[in-house]
Design a protein. Structure first.
Ligand code: CP
Length: 312
């Protein structure tokens, strides 16, 4: 039995609109979905007759495919919009694109776009629930949900844990959603990176700690999350070279000695192996990076189920 709270028909632009109780309801429903994903027959009829559209106008592997798999495992019909072969390439606007898809009977949209706020526009044009699959540097709420689920699954709770997020904070939508969600569930979050990649006032805005020295940041950490160096969003020389960045901030066996023994190692992917994280630690027993991906399917099944009012 899944407790639905009041998620029916809701948008998920970010986690700030959701209470701790609602976030826990999603994580609890994820436990059920994960069990279904471990069966031989991984399908439920619960969203039969509903239509889900993945509207990804920026590249993705994990988020897009896991949402599509989630929709299919719940028996929803799926429209997998391909931006590169669509009429967007002929200059069609986002509004006309959404109104066209809406005319075909979409019940829920998942959008990824390089522009912050685009999920709000999709809701305005469609009047249907919209889940943000990543909008520019703003938010990536389902990544944060799967990160929180992965921690809770391994360590039992987020309450009182020290989570350290290391890397390109400025360009990361993952860090912003995680700061909101993890704080709501009681974690202490420290962000760490070079001064040029950490925006000002993060401590005041998000109630986190800010460190620029990796050794200081990692002291007593229960969880260490590396962030991808977003090479495609770098427009200026914010550090002298990737080698220089890696020398001071990479997550490897040596630097993990500064955290608690057996601290979890996480990364939202895609990884730049050898820059922000070394394979020796990404592939170690401490790492839950592959489990994060698997949990992404379950968390997205839970969310689609709750928003579209599935029954089981
Ligand atoms: N973590 C994440 O959002 O990965 P994708 O860009 O592959 O979806």
């Amino acid at each position: 039995m899944i407790e639905s709270f009041n998620l029916l028909g809701r948008n998920m632009y970010d986690l700030d609109d959701y209470t701790a109780e609602e976030l826990n309801a999603i994580l609890d429903a994820t436990v059920v979905m994960k069990e279904i994903n471990q069966r031989d027959y991984k399908k439920l009829p619960t969203l039969k007759g509903k239509t889900v559209c993945t509207l990804f106008i920026e590249n993705s592997t994990r988020t897009k495919i896991s949402f599509e798999l989630a929709a299919s495992r719940l028996s929803a019909d799926l429209i997998s919009f391909q931006a590169s072969t669509s009429s967007l390439q002929k200059g069609e606007s986002l509004q006309d694109t959404v109104e066209t898809l809406n005319a075909m009977g979409v019940d829920l949209y998942i959008i990824r776009h390089s522009s912050p706020g685009s999920p709000h526009l999709v809701h305005k044009y469609s009047n249907k629930p919209v889940v943000n699959g990543g909008d520019g540097r703003h938010a990536h709420p389902t990544q944060a949900l799967l990160d929180m689920y992965s921690i809770k699954e391994k360590l039992g709770t987020l309450n009182g844990l020290k989570v350290v997020i290391v890397g390109d904070i400025t360009n990361s939508r993952v860090v912003r959603s995680n700061l909101i969600g993890m704080k709501k569930l009681g974690a202490e979050v420290t962000i760490c990176g070079p001064r040029t990649l950490v925006p000002g006032y993060m401590d005041e805005i998000y109630g986190c700690k800010v460190e620029y020295d990796l050794k200081t940041a990692l002291k007593d950490a229960d969880v260490v999350m590396g962030l991808r160096m977003q090479l495609e969003r770098q427009t200026e020389g914010l550090f002298p070279s990737l080698e220089e960045y890696s020398k001071h901030y990479n997550i490897c066996r040596e630097t993990m000695k500064w955290a608690k023994k057996d601290a979890l190692v996480m990364h939202p992917g895609p990884m730049n192996r050898g820059i922000e994280i070394l394979p020796e630690i990404a592939e170690s027993p401490q790492s839950v990076i592959i489990e994060q991906v698997a949990n992404g399917v379950a968390v997205r099944m839970a969310l689609l189920f709750l928003i579209l009012g599935g029954k089981m």
